[in-house]
Design a protein around this ligand. Sequence first.
Ligand code: HEM
Ligand SMILES: *[C@@H]1O[C@H](CO)[C@@H](O)[C@H](O)[C@H]1NC(C)=O
Ligand SMILES: *[C@@H]1O[C@H](CO)[C@@H](O)[C@H](O)[C@H]1NC(C)=O
Ligand SMILES: *[C@@H]1O[C@H](CO)[C@@H](O)[C@H](O)[C@H]1NC(C)=O
Ligand SMILES: *[C@@H]1O[C@H](CO)[C@@H](O)[C@H](O)[C@H]1NC(C)=O
Ligand SMILES: *[C@@H]1O[C@H](CO)[C@@H](O)[C@H](O)[C@H]1NC(C)=O
Ligand SMILES: *[C@@H]1O[C@H](CO)[C@@H](O)[C@H](O)[C@H]1NC(C)=O
Ligand SMILES: *[C@@H]1O[C@H](CO)[C@@H](O)[C@H](O)[C@H]1NC(C)=O
Ligand SMILES: *[C@@H]1O[C@H](CO)[C@@H](O)[C@H](O)[C@H]1NC(C)=O
Ligand SMILES: *[C@@H]1O[C@H](CO)[C@@H](O)[C@H](O)[C@H]1NC(C)=O
Ligand SMILES: *[C@@H]1O[C@H](CO)[C@@H](O)[C@H](O)[C@H]1NC(C)=O
Length: 341
Amino acid sequence: MSSPFHHLLATLLYAALLLQASSSSYAQLSPTFYDQTCPNASSIIRGVLQQAFLSDIRIGASLIRLHFHDCFVNGCDGSILLNNTATIESEKEAAPNNNSARGFDVVDNMKAALESACPGIVSCADILAIAAEQSVNMVPLGRRDSLTASRALANITIPGPTDSLDLLKSKFVNVGLNNDTDLVALSGGHTFGRAQCRTFDNRLFNFNSTNNPDRTLNTTYLATLQQLCPQGGNRSVLANLDLTTPDKFDNNYFSNLQSNNGLLQSDQILFSTTGDATVELVNNFSSNQTAFFESFVVSMIRMGNLSPLTGSDGEIRSSCSRVNGASIIGSSNEADLISSI
Ligand code: HEM
Ligand SMILES: *[C@@H]1O[C@H](CO)[C@@H](O)[C@H](O)[C@H]1NC(C)=O
Ligand SMILES: *[C@@H]1O[C@H](CO)[C@@H](O)[C@H](O)[C@H]1NC(C)=O
Ligand SMILES: *[C@@H]1O[C@H](CO)[C@@H](O)[C@H](O)[C@H]1NC(C)=O
Ligand SMILES: *[C@@H]1O[C@H](CO)[C@@H](O)[C@H](O)[C@H]1NC(C)=O
Ligand SMILES: *[C@@H]1O[C@H](CO)[C@@H](O)[C@H](O)[C@H]1NC(C)=O
Ligand SMILES: *[C@@H]1O[C@H](CO)[C@@H](O)[C@H](O)[C@H]1NC(C)=O
Ligand SMILES: *[C@@H]1O[C@H](CO)[C@@H](O)[C@H](O)[C@H]1NC(C)=O
Ligand SMILES: *[C@@H]1O[C@H](CO)[C@@H](O)[C@H](O)[C@H]1NC(C)=O
Ligand SMILES: *[C@@H]1O[C@H](CO)[C@@H](O)[C@H](O)[C@H]1NC(C)=O
Ligand SMILES: *[C@@H]1O[C@H](CO)[C@@H](O)[C@H](O)[C@H]1NC(C)=O
């Protein structure tokens, strides 16, 4: 697990500590929440993550994205992990997630390992937060798990790759991330991971009914992408979100934008919207990786603090994909149905 997160650690621990010390806005979340009840929680999660990483270099990226998509729908309450049932229309099948969000099996493995070490203690919402921020030891914990999910909300609150800059900003503002720095720093999450052709091929041939490609796409990169994602081709083919250092957590995402090498329209728009405050932020993060890392941690913690369930709200699920005590009837999983009889 050395690569994606390794570089964040040294620089960021300091920032996270500062932030913890100086802020009183963390509700009831605390970085030491499990110190007495499940002291090995973080190392158990790290162990599963390291194991998964051996066969899937992308898994860290996929888990950060799960946390993001969890937090943007009624807050960070593990709702994205719930399966379909008679009463729950899962967020897994919402438009931004279906055939796209991944890593659920790894989360289930983390939960299984934690249930065996300390049953009923560590929430699925916190597993997502810990896995996403494994490099930042002080991530505040204490989130509990939702009893419901909302596919309808997931459809509309999660930002999309063809959203305008105004819409991207308003989706962040609507969840309480009301500062351009949050949008630009968190978009830096696209410094690793993959995207399918369907999420950017609108830019390649007939952009916005112009009969031309997106003018803000570097012509060299355009040629590469046109070859990877030809018209009428397989739209599930994957491209690296960061063409220079695809699996490394660094600030190259921002220098890519400066040379018109952002993959998604929603990436490039942060730099190509002349006069917008986002342009200066991109320049800043591109020229100073430390400034990016510090802002990324601050914004990840702000995002992780969005309307968590705490105290006695919600529950601690024993299986991340199912509400405790829920009837198995209506589950999408026939094997569960059979094994429960
Ligand atoms: C600003 C608005 C955002 C938009 C429009 C957006 C959109 C997307 C899209 C379309 C993909 C590709 C999905 C696919 O092809 O299946 C993607 C992947 C990804 N996103 Fe975002 N995203 C945004 C913000 C974020 C944030 C805030 C984070 C985390 C801090 C993030 C982390 C990731 C990661 C790591 C991947 C790769 C996942 C993988 O390889 O499995 N994104 N995003
Ligand atoms: C935590 O892990 C250490 C070493 O991995 C082990 O010796 C210890 O027994 C574990 N403690 C608990 C409470 O599981
Ligand atoms: C999710 O994707 C699967 C497989 O492509 C498809 O069968 C299903 O209808 C999709 N779900 C929704 C709600 O669109
Ligand atoms: C969510 O979006 C998908 C795809 O656009 C649509 O088929 C589905 O009806 C929507 N579901 C809800 C509950 O809004
Ligand atoms: C965002 O918030 C930080 C910290 O509160 C502040 O220093 C910064 O000026 C804000 N940035 C923007 C673009 O609003
Ligand atoms: C698409 O075209 C419309 C009408 O010409 C224009 O107002 C809009 O800004 C364009 N969108 C993008 C992303 O270029
Ligand atoms: C499309 O590409 C995806 C990802 O590479 C692959 O898994 C899938 O099998 C391909 N589908 C077809 C019909 O070739
Ligand atoms: C296109 O990208 C290359 C590097 O891949 C860079 O050298 C060049 O300056 C870029 N061109 C523009 C117009 O941004
Ligand atoms: C730009 O970076 C400097 C440090 O290099 C920082 O002090 C300043 O607040 C940053 N500006 C913005 C808008 O983030
Ligand atoms: C880079 O950013 C950090 C953190 O904001 C700041 O302390 C440092 O002075 C900046 N370096 C330069 C060269 O601007
Ligand atoms: C949830 O769905 C996934 C995929 O269909 C399945 O692997 C998992 O076992 C299900 N979980 C439960 C508790 O039914």
